[in-house]
Ligand binder design. Structure first.
Ligand code: G3P
Ligand code: CA
Length: 263
């Protein structure tokens, strides 16, 4: 497939509501995504897992243990079983400061429910998680995007740590802007070979912000790559990253900081 056209997506600064507004509401629930939008997020971030019967659902972990009242892997639960789980009461217990009775009975949303609820007015920033584990994750995702008419207009960005997953998507739908996620264990350096490789299928990169510096960001930007670091929750860190030239940010705190950032 052709290399991506960077103009597929604007390089104006974007705020990505990480797992929704996950500081204030149970992550990956409709309420959390809704709140992120209300607080000023340009995109809502959705991590994908898959049920035993092959339905894409929004969840960060491979197990349901942390964010529901159930136990075990997502892939060992049918959709019906996942739907019986409570996806909000854990949050009220863990974060009493932000607890709310309306979070008590939330459920795990499917990707389709999210699209049906938010429609075409919302921008989605979707991550294929553990794609090697889940058969046809990319194909299912693309099918849903097509049926909700979300391919054109850069309403959707897809991100993954898996190069293979991104390449599969690029091959099937070259119009979707893709972000290569990166997890550095030590201060990061960007090589020409990496830039060349990523530019074949992606419009940008998403590194863990703690390991990147000015030189890294400048080099990526000079090469025409968007840079969306994760997960930035302090104004001080953000100010510095903006000075260095990032083009967007994943954050759990979409509210007060977003007002500052958009000034
Ligand atoms: O997708 C960007 C960032 O969310 C990656 O980390 O673990 O929160 O999905 P994680
Ligand atoms: Ca993510």
């Amino acid at each position: 497939p052709e290399t991506p056209d960077p103009s597929i997506i604007s390089d104006s600064f974007i705020i990505i509501g990480h797992r929704g507004a996950s500081t204030y509401a149970p992550e990956h629930t409709l309420v959390s995504y809704q709140l992120a939008q209300e607080l000023g997020a340009d995109y809502i971030e959705i991590d994908l897992q898959m049920s035993k019967d092959g339905v894409l659902v929004a969840m960060h972990d491979q197990t349901v243990d942390r964010t529901t009242n159930g136990i075990g892997s997502v892939e060992s639960h049918s959709l019906e079983e996942l739907k019986r789980l409570n996806a909000g009461s854990w949050f009220n217990k863990k974060f009493p400061l932000y607890a709310d009775s309306k979070y008590e009975y939330l459920t795990v949303p499917t990707l389709e429910e999210i699209f049906a609820h938010f429609g075409k007015e919302t921008n989605y920033y979707i991550e294929t998680k553990s794609p090697d584990k889940y058969p046809e994750m990319e194909e299912k995702l693309i099918r849903l995007l097509r049926s909700y008419d979300l391919i054109d207009g850069a309403k959707v960005i897809i991100q993954s740590f898996s190069e293979k997953s991104l390449k599969r998507i690029h091959k099937a739908e070259p119009k979707i802007p893709l972000i290569q996620l990166l997890s550095y264990q030590k201060p990061a350096k960007l090589t020409e070979a990496e830039i060349k490789k990523w530019k074949q299928y992606a419009v940008g990169i998403g590194p863990n912000y703690q390991m990147v510096d000015r030189a890294y960001i400048k080099k990526a930007r000079r090469a025409g790559l968007l840079v969306h670091p994760y997960t930035v929750n302090s104004k001080q860190d953000l100010d510095q990253l903006i000075k260095w030239g990032i083009t967007g940010v994943f954050t759990d705190l979409t509210d007060s900081l977003s007002k500052e950032w958009k000034k």
